[in-house]
Design a protein around this ligand. Structure first.
Ligand code: 4HQ
Length: 235
């Protein structure tokens, strides 16, 4: 799966997306993150990419020309145009379901705005969908784009060791993950629950499910409500 990222700060992607699991997936050719510097496409003599907002107000707005020229350049030889996502607090809020949906795409273009945002005509011209990573305001779309790339990439076949790596974790089945323990079995008198050392797989499975349900109820009553409703329907 390929991500083309249109940004004023391509170096951020080159550093962050080279490490850890996403870094290895890129080395293995399963994922490709290609950061494109919007500024390279500016036709302004000072490589300007922003301007004052019409109507007044504080801050700057990213101009149409460099962004749309960058988009036209990277898509010029493509027969199928990839979905273009603009990272924005006005978008659908990213969750595991949306990540799963996006992980079926072969190719995505992520547009990162900065300053007060981008000229609305860019959205009309090239953006297919706006996505937010949560209800708070950031200084730019780069961190949101990296969050999206991270959570979508790990759902792509071959990025994680096995599908089990994500089928049992928080949010996969609408529940939070059960508590995990590793050695030592006794840390300064704090013991690992006996059942996990019992070797009885069926009982461990049962205990984990019950823990998942219990902690979802405690920590995320909003998720629990949805779980309860859909679960009752299935009975
Ligand atoms: N932004 N989820 C970019 C966000 C944001 C979010 C604020 C995006 C500023 C220029 N993006 N603009 N939350 O806060 O995606």
């Amino acid at each position: 799966m390929k991500f083309d990222v249109l940004t004023l700060f391509p170096e951020l992607f080159n550093i962050v997306m080279r490490e850890s699991i996403i870094g290895r997936a890129q080395e293995n050719g399963i994922i490709k993150v290609n950061a494109i510097n919007i500024r390279d496409y500016s036709k302004d003599k000072h490589k300007k990419v922003d301007d004052y907002p019409f109507g007044g107000g504080t801050g700057m707005v990213m101009t149409c020309q460099p962004v749309i020229d960058a988009y036209n350049d990277i898509t010029k030889d493509m027969t199928v145009k990839p979905k273009v996502i603009y990272m924005s607090p006005q978008g659908r809020v990213l969750n595991q379901k949306i990540a799963k949906e996006l992980s079926t795409e072969e190719h995505l273009i992520l547009l990162c705005g900065h300053y007060e945002g981008i000229d609305e005509r860019i959205i009309e011209e090239i953006v297919d969908e706006e996505i937010s990573i949560g209800d708070y305001v950031l200084t730019g779309g780069e961190l949101p784009a990296m969050v999206l790339i991270d959570c979508v990439s790990r759902l792509v076949q071959g990025v994680l060791a096995s599908e089990n790596s994500y089928s049992e974790e928080s949010h996969f089945n609408g529940l939070l993950e059960y508590p995990q323990y590793t050695r030592p079995a006794d840390y300064n008198g704090k013991k690992v629950p006996d059942i996990l050392l019992s070797g009885h797989h069926a009982n461990i499975e049962k205990w984990r499910t019950q823990q998942s349900i219990e902690r979802t109820k405690q920590k995320r009553p909003d998720m629990y409500e949805v779980y309860e409703r859909t679960h009752k329907k299935n009975l």
